[in-house]
Design a protein around this ligand. Structure first.
Ligand SMILES: Cc1cc2nc3c(=O)[nH]c(=O)nc-3n(C[C@H](O)[C@H](O)[C@H](O)COP(=O)(O)O)c2cc1C
Length: 158
């Protein structure tokens, strides 16, 4: 099976997860900011996005809407990088079309990694406010177990 990973990342966490997936699965990876990939020749499509203010990346959202019919005919696996993992279901259901969620073989959250010191202005303020309320954000780690599980499931269908 031939696979493609399409992702968007602001501060490189989603990209880091894409790299792990790409190496483990031997799938090509494409940053949506660089290229709008043609998914026709692939059997498995992995789509990864970060969450900011409850929203996935705008270009990933557009890509899914534009490719919806094609995606519905493929094996599609979704992952998010976000700080508040317990909101994962809410983030999926508010950001992705229902048909895509229903046919997706995987919907996972890989956690987050955040260096508040690298953020500026309003972004720094928002994250500081979120960190006060949420311990997960303070831990700032990628959930490697989720990535391993995700890879294993995809290898099983390969
Ligand atoms: C400005 C800002 C807003 C964020 N909003 C949310 C949010 O609403 N929910 C959440 O779970 N995580 C939120 N996060 C945490 C990010 O999802 C997390 O840092 C993620 O790893 C970012 O992925 P990236 O490094 O690929 O951009 C926010 C982070 C920033 C900087």
């Amino acid at each position: 099976m031939k696979g493609l990973i399409v992702y968007a990342s602001k501060t490189k966490t989603t990209e880091k997860c894409s790299k792990i997936l790409s190496e483990e699965l031997d799938f090509k990876m494409v940053n949506i900011k660089d290229k709008k990939p043609d998914i026709s020749n692939y059997d498995v499509i992995v789509i990864g996005s970060y969450i900011r203010m409850g929203m996935i990346d705008r270009q990933i959202k557009k890509f899914i809407i534009e490719n919806k019919e094609k995606l519905l005919k493929k094996k599609c696996a979704l992952y998010l990088c976000c700080g508040v993992q317990e909101n994962m279901d809410k983030y999926f259901w508010t950001n992705y079309p229902q048909e895509i969620l229903e046919c997706a073989i995987l919907k996972e959250c890989f956690g987050c990694s955040l260096d508040v010191n690298k953020l500026k202005g309003i972004e720094k303020f928002v994250v500081k406010m979120m960190s006060k309320k949420n311990d997960t954000l303070k831990e700032k780690c990628i959930n490697e177990k989720s990535i391993i599980k995700f890879v294993k499931t995809i290898k099983e269908i390969k």
